[in-house]
Design a protein. Structure first.
Length: 277
């Protein structure tokens, strides 16, 4: 029987360049977090799928995901399906993600969406540490409820944090807090909420210049069907979306990724095979 206090799970991955490939040089895991074997659809870059066998997170669960990419290594991490955070009877679920990329390393963090069921209580913190010329392309897509069945996140709370640093200097630091229980104003329909839209998403890419921003904007239809904006903060390209459905956002983020990857990483886009299943 599952302990009342919830699962504790941790996985730590170390990627290194060996010969002509990036390999998963070290893996430490505890509890229900694991990875499938590495795939090499484009030769050098290591594609890896992060798995959470229980299929969902409940109150009291604590997940820690760490990935370190060494100099010259290139790792692409994704997930086979959406992360699900279920209703809690009171305990807070926690997921902490820490990614560290050495000078000359490349990390692509491209997970499927995270779904918060009504009544979920979640703290999700993502920390990215870059060194020197390290490159990052990544996204986080959050679904507040399941809009496909007209389900809304009308109870529960969530704190979603994102911090990106290069050489110990902040590039981006932000926090989204939703607490429908304590203050309806911070919910989907509140004045400080999300315009009543259940999908909120952010894409980030480092090493960008103005021409990359224009190319990414050109990859977006004039009328994408949802609120989507792109901007450049020094060399950090940021795309943000608010939408009523996940699929259009995922489709557009992948289009932006396919546009930016050859420009920023010098490699044509090679979609993970799991995306086609």
């Amino acid at each position: 029987m599952k302990p009342a206090r919830g699962w504790g799970a941790r996985i730590a991955l170390q990627f290194e360049s060996r010969g002509e490939r990036t390999v998963l040089a070290q893996k430490q895991q505890q509890g229900p977090l694991t990875v499938q074997r590495a795939f090499y659809p484009e030769g050098a870059a290591c594609h890896l799928y992060l798995l959470h066998p229980p299929g969902g997170v409940v109150g009291g669960d604590r997940l820690e995901i760490e990935a370190r990419v060494a100099t010259g290594a290139h790792a692409l991490l994704t997930t086979p399906g959406a992360a699900k955070f279920y209703r809690s009877a009171g305990a807070m679920a926690q997921q902490r993600q820490h990614f560290e990329v050495a000078d000359g390393g490349v990390l692509e963090w491209l997970p499927q969406e995270s779904i918060l069921f009504p009544g979920a209580r979640l703290q999700l913190q993502t920390q990215v540490t870059l060194r020197g010329s390290a490159r990052l392309i990544g996204w986080e897509i959050l679904s507040l409820g399941r809009p496909v069945i007209d389900e809304r996140f009308d109870r529960g709370c969530a704190t979603i944090g994102l911090r990106i640093e290069r050489d110990d200097k902040p590039m981006l630091s932000e926090r989204l807090r939703l607490d429908v229980e304590q203050s309806p104003r911070t919910g989907l329909d509140g004045a400080s909420g999300l315009r009543g839209l259940p999908i909120t998403a952010t894409l980030i890419a480092t090493g960008a210049v103005a021409a990359d921003l224009e190319a990414a904007r050109a990859a977006v239809p004039a009328e994408p069907g949802f609120a989507l904006g792109l901007t450049l903060l020094d060399d950090l390209l940021v795309a943000r979306a608010l939408a009523s459905k996940v699929e259009p956002v995922m489709h557009q983020f992948r289009a932006i990724w396919r546009c930016l990857r050859p420009r920023l990483l010098g490699q044509e886009a090679s979609s993970p095979r799991i995306w086609a299943t």
